[in-house]
Write a protein that binds this ligand. Structure first.
Ligand SMILES: [Mg+2]
Length: 319
């Protein structure tokens, strides 16, 4: 059950508007912050991807600035596949007015042909299969439980905001199964989408953890994150979400959440992107450090803003 835009306006907490941003509705402001958070977390985390926490400490004390570099030798502010696949998916959703499997697979195929800076193995393999078969749904595989579908769910969360959960799940399956046809990947995608939508509706983190995450972990215990600190999270979607949830629920602002998660190393661009998406949706634009917004690639910054606005314009509550 989702709240309507009207309910949000009456019940959401007061939100400050950062200097320099045009006035936005609370819904659009938090949707925009989720998109910028995704890109900022990606750009911040990519520098330390595949490093261990102790290697990060030796190199920079704590990693807290968008400086580029890393194994991909990025320019400062440059993003990776997490952000660019999300933008490709969002463009396909906007062009077709819904999440269409074939349009999504075509968009990802075009993205791959444009030689992205990085690409996951599962994504590459299943897109190559799509070129041969023309079937946008990858074959089911228990091995395809990587985080590559979960990292790009944001456009689905925005476009389906206000829809029933079954419709949200179907929309996600259409995008996710182009590359990851796997029950754990699906579960992760769905819980992330529903969490983003919870925060857009103004729910607080305690309620989300109790009402959204607890039943999810009861159903899928592999995602439990209360046992041991998850450092060096791999690309396995359960490890990714464990690191994200630990950082997200242990901190109370955008900046500390992202610094916590990327300094765990491992698949840090993707943990950064997912944590940044959730933290943006939770805290809003005013909470994103100005230095990070300034340091993000300007073209990506604008694309994220524009797409957040267009996708929210599509959803029932934003129309
Ligand atoms: Mg990446």
């Amino acid at each position: 059950m989702f709240w309507t835009g009207e309910l949000i306006a009456r019940t959401a907490p007061v939100r400050r508007r950062p200097a320099g941003d045009p006035p936005l509705s609370p819904l659009l402001e938090h949707a925009t912050a989720a998109y910028l958070g995704l890109a900022i977390g990606d750009a911040l985390g990519a520098t330390v991807e595949f490093m261990t926490p102790s290697e990060i400490r030796q190199q920079s004390g704590a990693h807290r600035d968008i400086v580029g570099g890393g194994w991909l030798r990025l320019k400062a502010g440059q993003v990776t596949d997490d952000t660019t696949m999300s933008l490709a998916l969002g463009d396909a959703i906007l062009a077709h007015g819904r999440v269409d499997a074939k349009a999504t697979a075509d968009a990802f195929d075009a993205w791959m042909r444009a030689k992205p800076v990085d690409i996951g193995n599962t994504i590459r393999r299943n897109l190559i299969t799509y070129r041969k078969t023309g079937n946008p749904e990858a074959p089911p595989s228990e091995h395809d439980a990587g985080n590559g579908a979960a990292m790009r769910v944001l456009p689905v969360a925005l476009a389906t905001y206000g829809q029933a959960e079954d419709a949200v799940r179907a929309a996600n399956a259409a995008q996710a199964h182009t590359t990851h046809h796997n029950a754990l990947s699906d579960a992760a995608c769905e819980v992330l989408i529903l969490m983003v939508q919870d925060f857009l509706a103004g729910r607080d983190a305690i309620a989300v953890e109790r009402q959204r995450i607890a039943p999810f972990i009861e159903r899928f215990p592999v995602f439990a994150y209360d046992r041991k600190r998850r450092d060096n999270p791999s690309g396995f979607v359960a490890e990714t979400l464990q690191a994200v949830f630990q950082a997200f629920f242990a901190t109370d602002n955008f900046e500390n959440c992202l610094i916590d998660v990327v300094n765990r190393g491992g698949d840090a661009d993707t943990t950064g992107a997912i944590a940044g998406m959730l933290a943006g949706a939770r805290y809003g634009l005013a909470a994103i450090p100005r230095r990070w917004r300034n340091d993000l690639d300007g073209r990506i910054h604008q694309r994220c803003r524009d797409q957040a606005q267009a996708l929210i314009g599509m959803c029932k509550a934003g129309a």
